[in-house]
Design a protein around this ligand. Sequence first.
Ligand code: GDP
Length: 443
Amino acid sequence: MFDDIQHRLSDALGRFKVRGKLTEANMQEGLRAVRTALLEADVNYEVVQRFMKRVTEKAAGQALIKSVRPDQQIVKIVHDELIELMGEGDPHIRFEKAGPTVIMLCGLQGSGKTTTCGKLARRMLGLGRKPLMVAADLQRPAAIEQLKVLGQQLDIPVHAEDPEGTDPVEVCRRGVSQAEKLGRDTVILDTAGRLHVDDELMDQLKKIEKKVRPHQVYFVCDALTGQDAVASAGAFNAALELDGVIMTKLDGDARGGAALSVRQVTGVPIKFVGMGEKLERLDPFDPQRIVGQMLGMGDIVGLVEAAKDAVDEEEARRQQERMAKGKFDLDDFRKQIVTMKKMGSVKDLMGKIPGMNQMGSMLEGVDADAEVKRIQGIIDSMTPEERRDPHKIDISRRRRIAAGAGVEPQDVSGLVKQFDAMAAMVKSMSQMSMMDRVRMLSG
Ligand code: GDP
């Protein structure tokens, strides 16, 4: 599985450590090889361009961790960005409180729709649901029989009609009524596919969506067909508003392009992956696992993660010690902001860092990331001496700092005031008991 992309990526990442040193030249060469590896794996061109931009920026801006080599850090960056490409896994299916939950499967012929219907029904049984399958694929002659056989294997009812002169929309509608009559709480519609996306098929599916109102619509995507699968996912999504993708045949010799591109191109999450022809071979989508298989460098990734944690912890401990002593200057303030930015969305993190709850309320209703950048810009324009003792900042210094940061002088005094309030809080906290501190921080 993913042998080809794994081979190419490991070759590409190997180029970063030529002669044990990361230079500008092997950095460029390695990045180029990563790019080629992704294109060869049939990843969408635009997706590759965006991916490379992010990896390059991150590689250039990475903080040096002494205990790991730069090339190992690049492996970790590539690993994380590949996961980011595929988005989070979410195998959760929302069930309706009243009436049967109707799930519609759609996709091209041969993508594995009928098989996936059975797999999904089996999964539903495992969740204690009572599924019923509807054979609405009147296009492929064998599909109805195939679904009936799956129904027998799973011992669940299948609603099927004579395909002659029957309208698939009506079949779906009657299937749902049948489920209600039989007290089944989940309906899975196996709709028709074509070899290619065409208007007739889309019209039929749109009609089913409009008249039967399925609660969830999933696109069954054949991983073996790479970019074609992604292009049809886009077309189906434009017509139907998909809720999720089920990626089939990932057990085969898929190159990886479909799995890596579909989320970026459609914005729709991958929910499950088909890992074989058998009914039990449907797994929740797990991007970590897939990237693990594509990269095969779990040990290096683990190493860098551990080292990063250690560095962050060390820095956090140092800062806490200073704060516990009531010491807090603009350099500490800036460090906290940089840490927050590195760790992700500023708003999410506000509550997690000592003293930052206050910052959170200061930034209420403003673009937090832009504000943080602005604050950082002001602090960066100060001399070390001014950062240690902001009260030294007089009118002329204020003007100089403001000009350097591209803000108004009153913004500089505003920041110093905010900082004073925080420093006072840190000082008073240092005199509190441990319990009071915890209470204050969680308040
Ligand atoms: P449909 O035309 O979309 O309904 O496709 P089918 O359900 O008939 O599947 C087409 C072929 O793909 C069949 O031979 C299936 O056994 C096979 N298939 C479906 N899902 C998977 C999968 O996850 N892995 C593998 N290896 N084969 C699969």
